[in-house]
Write a protein that binds this ligand. Structure first.
Ligand code: NDP
Length: 514
């Protein structure tokens, strides 16, 4: 793990800050590094430098930026082991989770944004139906906002922090990333990689620190991309309102999984176990609750129970060593335990797991709960841990009603052999993304928008909207055949008013649809 110490040294943004933050390996309980706790002054200075550097980056054009992105793609592939080691060291997740959902995702994302940024952001020629602009050239231009602040969570230190920097950079912005204080090392390593690949000085910076550092970033940047809890998301939006800074918020979820009576029960059980326990259940789009139609309920629960019982948990030692890793953030372990306790107090049964493991390290056993209902926190609040509460439902209407009985609306899944029915149900679910016979996988289709409804977010990442949000739209109109004076100009005359009246009547008088 020599790389961890090296990565700390690459951060030159704030050598002194407000003291230091220890970084723990949650799987072992060891302190593996310390990073600076950035002050408001240091953040302001970093933003000032980013602002000064941005025009150079913008002037490099899509082609110049894409060349650096493609070098970075190779860098992440060449350095995959080191990046995975760093992620595993500061999260305690399995190397397999880090490889698939972080290094693999980022390598793909670098190529995606290098290729698609020009397509999403090139000038658009606009045609207008207004007779008043006849002969003019109309264009829509996407200009970078300037300096983007990205504030990230601890569950995916690469994908959900650095990943959101990529479209912002591809659009020609400077970016300052404030990773979670719990998992700053991966971002510092990404910074090292981007510098090696030729990103100009100050165009991409990492400022480590706590919530106060994040708040200072909001005060200074031109756009805030925030991923984290709904509670902090509201604070971010309130803070940004003071400077009228636009925000994009990717927040919490309580993703429902609906298993219909005609589902392939084996696939649904594999899906339920994987998509609830993968990354230790610490994925914003984890399956957090399951509704199963009565006829297959017993079979489904039996299969899920066997599969969860077979999961291996412990300190990850390389790929394939364990299936479920540690609880990354200490307070989250208390929330997981509280949700299980609350469910049991209200009548739920624990079929597998149900306890925190003895240290060293912070682990909560993969847990299956049944006899659950919506009076329990495990069914209504985000647990964000390796738990799978399963509820029996009479029919699909009850499943849809319960799925929508939530303040959240991030993602959902429907499992059925009838794809048409699955799609029809998907359209009735209040969530930003719904999969049929899959879950979570929509995230890797970077062409698709990924964003929460209701309390799960504002705006979206990925797709055209995921990069256009980092731009200011500019309308450009060029009068190619300018006359000395247009008919509507001063002085106002009754004859002109009559003429314009006639024109309006002629064009719109018969209820024309434009
Ligand atoms: P938090 O909301 O606690 O923190 C997110 C980030 O915000 C951290 O970097 C944090 O810093 C920072 N922060 C804290 N307070 C402030 C503040 N007042 N102003 C600005 N920044 C602040 O989230 P977690 O890190 O606990 O992440 C887990 C949550 O993220 C879950 O709810 C999960 O669902 C959600 N999430 C959503 C995703 C989505 O795409 N919708 C994806 C991944 C996670 P510090 O760490 O130092 O406190």
């Amino acid at each position: 793990m020599a790389s961890v110490d090296e990565t700390v040294q690459v951060d030159q943004v704030q050598p002194n800050g407000r003291g230091e933050i220890p970084v723990e390996n949650p799987a072992t309980g060891e302190i593996i590094a310390r990073v600076p706790n950035g002050s408001a002054e240091q953040v302001a200075e970093a933003v000032r430098r980013a602002r000064a550097a941005q025009p150079i980056w913008e002037a490099m054009g899509f082609e110049g930026r894409a060349r650096i992105f493609m070098r970075a793609q190779k860098w992440f592939v060449d350095n995959a082991d080191r990046v995975v080691e760093t992620i595993v060291a500061e999260t305690g997740k399995t190397a397999d989770d880090a490889q698939l959902a972080e290094t693999g995702f980022i390598a793909a994302a670098l190529g995606f944004w290098a290729k698609h940024a020009p397509e999403y952001l090139e000038d658009e020629k606009i045609r207008s139906s207004s007779p008043f602009v006849l002969g003019r050239k109309l264009m829509l231009r996407y200009a970078p906002v300037g300096v983007v602040g990205v504030i990230g969570p601890w569950n995916y230190p690469l994908t959900n922090s650095f990943g959101d920097c990529l479209p912002a950079l591809a659009a020609g912005n400077s970016v300052i990333l404030k990773p979670s204080e719990v998992t700053p090392l991966t971002s510092l390593l990404a910074l090292e990689g981007m510098r090696e690949c030729g990103v100009p000085e100050d165009v991409f910076q990492v400022v480590t620190g706590d919530g106060e550092t994040g708040a200072a970033l909001i005060d200074n940047v031109d756009f805030v991309m925030f991923t984290g809890s709904t509670r902090t998301g509201k604070k971010v939006m309130a803070r940004a309102s003071e400077t009228l800074t636009p925000v994009s918020l990717e927040l919490g979820g309580k993703d429902p999984m609906i298993v219909l009576a005609d589902a392939d029960v084996e696939r649904a059980a594999n899906g339920a176990v994987y998509y609830s326990m993968q990354n230790g259940g610490q994925t914003c789009i984890s399956v957090e609750r399951v509704y199963v139609e009565e006829p297959i309920y017993d079979e489904f629960v039996g299969k899920v129970t066997d599969k969860v019982r077979a999961l291996r948990q412990g300190v990850p030692h390389g790929a394939g060593s364990v299936d479920v890793g540690a609880v990354i953030f200490a307070p989250q372990a208390d929330i997981v335990a509280d949700h299980v306790r609350d469910a049991v107090d209200k009548g739920a049964r624990v079929l597998v797991g149900g306890h925190a493991k003895e240290g060293p390290g912070r682990f909560y056993e993969p847990t299956v709960l049944v006899d659950v209902d919506h009076t329990m926190k495990a069914m209504t609040e985000e647990t964000f841990g390796p738990t799978l509460p399963i509820m029996k439902v009479r029919d699909e209407d009850e499943a849809i009603r319960l799925a929508n009985d939530s303040p959240y609306g991030l993602a959902a899944s429907v499992w059925t052999r009838d794809n048409a029915k699955g799609e029809a149900i998907a359209r009735q679910i209040e969530a930003g993304a719904v999969c049929v016979n899959d879950a979570q996988l929509n995230y890797v289709a970077l062409e698709l928008p990924m964003g929460g409804w209701k309390a799960s977010g504002l705006g979206s990442r990925h797709g055209a909207g995921g990069i256009r949000k980092y731009t200011k739209q500019q309308a450009i109109m060029v009068n190619r055949f300018p006359m000395k004076k247009d008919v509507h100009m001063f002085p106002y005359k009754p004859r002109t008013a009559k003429l314009i009246g006639r024109l309006v009547k002629l064009v719109y008088g018969r209820g024309r649809r434009d």
